[in-house]
Design a protein around this ligand. Structure first.
Ligand code: CA
Length: 226
């Protein structure tokens, strides 16, 4: 799964990222409310973990803005505010669950699993993404082309999952950068192009007529007709 962690406390953010990564998830960290909101509004995440006391925009505001913009990504608030009023306020803002700090990682994982099961049941979201010959199993993180399994790095998988989640849709370099590397990456870097090159080699031998199409000056999209 693709998980956005909005947390200004580096120690907690890193602890979450390490643990979730070990469970096979891909994480992006936002260190303040504003960048968290921007990333979450793009709507390319399967789960949001949101701290409340953030620099800039408060977590409640982030949550409210998302729901007002019809972003229904499952969202868990992680907060040291543990009064019943705070918990109720968070849930009223549109959070799916509220976990008080300090929490055990096992408890958080159990709650994540519950929420994901629930939302997958509602959306009927496929566990396996299929686009032409490409197949990506979100649970086992196995990727194959015409049933041949291909070894991928975490970043490569994150990019291909993003493209496969919306085939035919144009993704700008900036959008890919912020979704896969977070917002702290210099947008002038050509890291996206380098990774797209690697992906093409793995998917269709680096052919000019690749399924991953370059839209000159704009970005990339997955072309289903190739
Ligand atoms: Ca905080």
């Amino acid at each position: 799964m693709r998980i956005l962690i909005v947390e200004d406390e580096e120690r907690i953010a890193n602890f979450l990222e390490r643990g979730l990564r070990a469970e096979g998830h891909f994480c992006v960290i936002a260190k303040d409310g504003e960048s968290g909101l921007t990333l979450a509004l793009e709507g390319d995440f399967d789960l949001l973990l949101l701290d409340l006391m953030l620099p800039g925009i408060h977590g409640h505001e982030v949550c409210q803005q998302l729901r007002m913009n019809k972003i229904n990504t499952p969202l868990i608030i992680l907060s040291a505010l543990d009064s019943l009023e705070d918990i109720i306020a968070g849930l009223r803002m549109g959070a799916d669950d509220y976990v008080t700090k300090p929490f055990s990682f096992e408890e958080l994982l159990a709650r994540i699993e519950t929420i994901i099961r629930r939302s997958a049941a509602i959306e009927g979201e496929q566990q396996v993404l299929t686009v032409g010959p490409l197949k990506f199993d979100r649970q086992s993180l196995r990727f194959s082309v015409a049933d041949n399994e291909i070894k991928m790095t975490a970043k490569e998988l994150a990019i291909i999952e993003l493209l496969m989640s919306n085939p035919g849709t144009l993704f700008s370099r900036e959008r890919i950068l912020s979704n896969v590397w977070g917002l702290n990456m210099d947008p002038l870097t050509n890291v996206v192009d380098v990774y797209i090159g690697k992906l093409r080699k793995k998917i269709d031998g680096g052919s000019e007529n690749s399924m991953i199409e370059t839209v000159r000056g704009l970005g990339y999209r997955l072309n289903m007709d190739k």
